[in-house]
Ligand binder design. Structure first.
Ligand code: VTB
Length: 313
């Protein structure tokens, strides 16, 4: 198990990153918002007594940004851990002060997180309580929806699907419309979209479509704790993308990953709201301090909670 004492430290990492991004809320500068989140996240991570290695980060090694894949974080004393970060998931949301910008990270033991390249990834996810392996990326949308409806004892028209609003999803969308499935479109932020399938307060039954690979692994970490199901497959369209996957140790480029193939063993997942959103409220400025709202999961401690902290600026 990951040392439970580290949990609060990781929460603080996300809280600080969200605070950094929140300073640029509505300022129409997503690069500055992202950079502020990265700077805060990195400096907080480097205070923790761990031997950390970023496996999902802001970019791949040759681009040499901060929090790049392969970067060592922490003081260099303590547990060997792998870290997946998205300091600002939904840069557009933050820049335009729209709902659902979050700072998010996942932590697992060495060798336990899939290091996915920053390419697209096909994703399909559902909540807890279904028979194992009920959905499959290679099924038609019709088949997946019918299987879920049947398992729930309901009709497709009573189901809700979450889909990123992109033209690459036109075929999925028209199949869902033919089945009269309700569609919740999101403009960005599929980490929240995938997690909403396991949220009992959300009407979303299924997430499907193509989003970012790193975001897929982060969402899988949350579902690993919460009992949902997910299947993913990298979309590697060019030789360059294939080579980047190879560099990260991937050999089967068409592999369909289940959650347990992306995330092994114990995992900690934290997300802090930057702007108000479906699962979290955003940062509230209180003068010398700020309020941060986070969603925290620790698999082996069976922790799943939402917390509010006031921190000094
Ligand atoms: C995806 C999705 C993210 O950006 O990466 C998306 O996973 C980018 O997609 O949650 P496009 O290239 O089609 O714009 C997010 O929505 C936000 O980072």
């Amino acid at each position: 198990m990951i040392d439970p004492k580290l949990l609060n430290k990781f929460i603080k990492v996300c809280e600080r990153a969200a605070f950094g991004a929140s300073k640029f809320k509505g300022k129409n500068d997503k690069v500055a918002a992202d950079k502020a989140a990265v700077d805060e996240m990195r400096s907080e991570l480097n205070k923790i007594d761990i031997r950390g290695k970023v496996v999902i980060g802001e970019g791949e090694m040759d681009e040499a940004p901060m929090l790049y894949i392969g970067e060592k974080v922490g003081t260099g004393k303590g547990e060997n851990l792998e870290i997946a970060v998205d300091p600002l998931e939904g840069t557009n949301f933050a820049a335009k002060n729209l709902p659902n910008a979050i700072s998010v990270m996942a932590v697992a033991k060495k060798g336990c997180l899939l290091s996915a390249p920053d390419t697209y990834m096909e994703k399909i996810a559902i909540g807890a309580g279904y028979p194992n392996n009920i959905i499959d990326l290679d099924n038609t949308v019709e088949k997946n929806i019918k299987l879920i409806a049947e398992a729930k004892g309901t009709k497709p028209e009573n189901l809700t699907a979450c889909v990123l609003k992109r033209s690459r999803h036109d075929k999925i969308i028209s199949s869902l419309m033919d089945l009269k499935v309700k569609i919740k479109f999101i403009d960005d932020g599929d980490v929240t979209g995938v997690i909403s399938t396991v949220d009992i307060n959300s009407p979303i039954d299924i997430y499907l479509g193509i989003g970012g690979g790193p975001e897929g692994v982060l969402a899988a970490a949350a579902l690993h704790c919460l009992g949902g199901q997910m299947q993913t497959r990298l979309v590697l369209n060019t030789d360059d993308e294939v080579n980047r996957a190879k560099t990260l140790g991937i050999t089967d480029f068409k592999k369909k990953y289940t959650i347990s193939e992306m995330i092994k063993g114990d995992v900690i997942f934290c997300a802090t709201g930057v702007t108000n959103g479906d699962i979290l409220n955003g940062i509230i400025d209180k003068g010398d301090s700020f309020e941060a709202n986070s969603f925290v999961l620790h698999k082996n401690q069976k922790i799943s909670k939402k917390i509010k902290n006031i921190l000094k600026k």
